[in-house]
Design a binder for this molecule. Structure first.
Ligand code: NCD
Length: 309
């Protein structure tokens, strides 16, 4: 039974909760492949996308998810709002709630911003769409949906997550989810982009500093972008040097299981963390991840807005 009013992080979800989201997403994945992609479970509800950071996939897919469930969606972009006039995050959110918004999907550069709002708003449900380097729960859920679809299970999978781990909420949420599901997680990053005590991120996490060793025998290879917007000073060598040491190419991928899948949450920097032929190659499921993102976000909105939590 779903008992959550908000989705703030994978940390708060049980293994059963994760299964519930993935199961509900199945029907929405199927619906999204039909000509008429419309359900009515959230008819009459109002959902607000409140994104304080750039986004293509996440914002658009939350918008489509809400619409496909019959809800009305309003996009608020802070650059055009009174945030630029000095209004606080809480006042902005309270004003939107006063218009009877039923849910707010929040992306913010500060870790904990969605949890902060969840504690202080009266009735609106909060969905974390990425908070700083903390969590990005719907990304991990959609990644799990695809891993399960491709591999038939999560338990026992070997998942290599490679790139800028230090700044990656995607890596954190994935490591937490995969730990709860009994998959092995190998984190690989240059030393300056690996968080201190990275092993403590998830219960099944191992730190593997070399890319070839991290990919060896893996079922899933997930590449991450270097988040230059979060880099303080020179934590990285040149882009070309980074690509040579930490970029996924055919020779490195050959070390993974022959049927390994390649994933990337986007946005990709082709030729840096991933060779363009691999990104478009037959092991890549990068666009399937994007497709699954709509279905998983439909499941999350449906559960949060219809459960008696
Ligand atoms: C990621 C994010 O914003 O955390 N993108 C996404 O949501 N798919 C990763 C990134 O920005 O590199």
């Amino acid at each position: 039974m779903w008992t959550h009013r908000h989705l703030l992080g994978i940390e708060d979800l049980s293994s059963e909760d994760i299964d519930t989201v993935l199961q509900h997403a199945e029907q929405w994945h199927a619906l999204s492949r039909q000509t008429e992609k419309k359900a009515s479970v959230l008819r009459g509800r109002t959902i607000i996308n409140l994104f304080f950071e750039a986004s293509t996939r996440t914002r658009t897919s939350f918008e489509m998810a809400a619409q496909r469930l019959g809800a009305d969606v309003v996009n608020v972009s802070p650059a055009l709002s009174s945030v630029t006039k000095g209004e606080t995050l809480l006042d902005t959110a309270k004003n939107l709630e006063a218009m009877r918004a039923d849910a707010m999907v929040v992306r913010h550069a500060s870790s904990g911003a969605p949890a902060f709002l969840a504690k202080r708003l009266e009735h609106a449900r909060i969905v974390n769409a990425g908070d700083g380097a903390h969590e990005h729960p719907t990304q991990a859920l959609l990644d799990a949906f695809m891993m399960k679809r491709e591999k038939g299970k999560l338990e026992g999978l070997v998942v290599a997550i490679c790139g800028d781990i230090a700044h990656s909420r995607v890596a954190r949420s994935n490591a937490l989810l995969l730990g709860k599901k009994g998959a092995e997680v190998r984190l690989c990053a240059p030393r300056t982009l690996m968080p201190i005590a990275a092993e403590t991120i998830g219960p099944t996490v191992k730190v593997v500093p070399r890319l070839d060793a991290a990919v060896e025998g893996a079922d899933v290879v997930m590449m991450l972008r270097v988040q230059s917007e979060r880099l303080a000073g020179a934590m990285m060598s040149t882009t070309r040097e980074y690509g040579r040491t930490f970029g996924l190419n055919a020779a490195i991928l050959a070390r993974a299981k022959p049927d390994a899948i390649v994933m990337h949450p986007g946005p990709m920097n082709r030729g840096v963390e991933i060779d363009t032929r691999i990104a478009d190659g037959k092991q890549s499921i990068i666009l399937e991840q994007v497709e699954a993102g709509v279905a998983v976000r439909m499941a999350v909105l449906e559960l949060l807005l219809t459960a008696q939590a």
